[in-house]
Design a binder for this molecule. Sequence first.
Ligand code: UDP
Ligand code: MG
Length: 315
Amino acid sequence: MDHKPVLGIIVPCYNEEEIIAQNIEILHNFLDLQIRGNILSLDSFIGIIDDHSRDRSWAIIKKIAAENDKVKAIRLSANKGHQYALLAGLYEFYQSSDCLVSLDADLQDDIDVIPDMVEKFSQGNEIVYGVRSERMHDSNFKRVTAVAFYKLLNMLGVNVLFNHADFRLTGKRANEELKNFQEVNLFLRGIFPLMGFNTAVVYYDRKERQGGKTKYPLRKMISLALDGITSFSVVPLRIITFIGFIVFIICLALMVYALLAYLNGRAVAGWFSTVLPFYFLGGIQILCIGILGEYLGKIYKEVKSRPRFIIEERI
Ligand code: UDP
Ligand code: MG
């Protein structure tokens, strides 16, 4: 690439009045440095998405954006959550950029690796994932649940990068293609790996939150985890079929046992006719639900109408 890329740093923000002004300043100084160092184009900018904060955040952001031409800002009409705020930012800002980096407002993700990301982008990587090399600063609880979550997702066949959250660089092409993923239940870190393209990874240490509280309480974490699983995997449905099949096999084994008992004259009167139908019907019923689930899974995939392919180049 001959010209220096135009980078947009997009930051979703919800009730961050304690830290937002200071962090925008940090980002602004960072951009300035990169622009003067000839790494980024002069048109690079910061794009803030206020996810309908209830505190003074928006007033603060509005004031900064009015005074600083490097800072653009939008506000959502209601609190939609981190993933949708990010999506809004990607949609809103991709056209005026060559690439976007998404970043949390608390600057827990290390901005010093952004030049590496940009370099990897310039080398032809459409998506560059930020991956934490360790989770020292997270609480034990968060660390353990996060590891379990990634393991579970991978077991269920969902393609996500271990220890990658939403700190990533995406090129204009990828951001454009994102519009063809019309899902309502949004799990961005599952969608980008589906796209293909050349991708790269940069490693960084995640810092502690410097101010304010986490906006991801357990309730939201569980909801995000469920979205991640149910938006990308039909394995849970298949497990039903499997359970039904197992119960059915147990029933067959019982039948053989009962028959042998009868032939040996050890059968208890009425046992066979009372117990076996339970297992038999139970097994058949679960199996049938599983079969329905298989079709439901197909419908579910159709309804998503995800793009079946993306053309990378035309000559
Ligand atoms: N956030 C948002 N909407 C919400 C919750 C969070 O835009 O409903 C933003 C928040 O301001 C922050 C980012 O999403 O910039 C990640 O949130 P947080 O740092 O609280 O999550 P954690 O790092 O604890 O997982
Ligand atoms: Mg955070």
